[in-house]
Design a protein around this ligand. Structure first.
Ligand SMILES: Cc1ncc(COP(=O)(O)OP(=O)(O)O)c(N)n1
Ligand code: 3NM
Ligand code: MG
Length: 207
């Protein structure tokens, strides 16, 4: 049986040459619901090469493969979906482009943005940042009450993001987050990404 809350993995900002092997080991280490390819500032050609290399690794393990920022590219490359921020184009147009695929939308710490995302037909809403993060400069700070309110009021799954680790994630799980999205907790784990996935899975299960 799948747990109520699952791990949502996002790629590190820069992919080392051995990344396909690291990814396979991480995904083989435990439960990962989806992988988001997040290569900020990479050109479409480089993104296409990364999709070609990494999507089969994820999909062979039943892990959904989402592309960050670009719904049209996600659809044209055959990705399982896309994650869009508030500045990543027209969400209604993206919903049409991603017909039958997953659309996730960043809602920061805003109930209003989340309800708008729901009206557009988002498959999940993402809230953050819950904790300080070294991965990205963040301008918004979310709290567990927001997650609890959302899960009480709406059926659309929520994703929590921002500085989440095995040590601090329990309140987010208890508040009803459906997914925990992480970069550093897995890719910067001192014992390697596979240990990072195991630690996150164990922390979610124990919450
Ligand atoms: C699951 C998830 N949640 C939030 C984000 C952030 O998206 P965005 O606000 O568009 O910022 P960038 O990721 O584009 O820097 C995300 N990528 N994934
Ligand atoms: C990509 C991203 N978006 C955020 C937001 O708050 O919207 S925080 C973030 C970085 C997440 O990386 P880590 O798990 O290493 O903190
Ligand atoms: Mg974005």
């Amino acid at each position: 049986m799948e747990p109520d809350c699952r791990l949502y993995l996002i790629t590190p900002p820069v992919l080392p040459p051995e990344f396909p092997d690291l990814l396979a080991a991480a995904l083989d280490a435990g439960d990962v619901a989806c992988l988001q390819l997040r290569l900020k500032d990479a050109l479409p050609d480089a993104i296409k090469r990364a999709v070609d290399a990494l999507m089969p690794i994820a999909q062979a393990r039943n892990v959904a493969f989402l592309l960050n920022d670009d719904a049209a590219l996600a659809a044209s490359l055959g990705c399982d979906g896309a994650h869009l921020g508030q500045g990543d184009g027209d969400h209604e147009a993206a919903r049409k482009l991603l017909d039958g695929r997953t659309l996730g939308i960043t809602c920061h710490a805003s109930r209003h943005l989340a309800m708008q995302a729901g009206e557009v037909g988002a498959d999940y809403v993402a809230f953050g940042a819950f904790f300080p993060t070294l991965t990205k400069e963040t301008a918004h700070s979310a709290d567990v009450e927001l997650l609890a309110w959302w899960s009480e009021m709406f059926e659309i799954p929520s994703v929590a993001i921002g500085g989440i680790t095995a040590v601090n994630c329990a309140p987010l799980v208890q508040a009803g987050a459906d997914f925990l999205a992480v970069v550093g907790a897995v890719w910067s784990h001192p014992d390697g990404p596979a240990a990072g996935v195991r630690a996150m899975n164990a922390a979610i299960a124990a919450a």
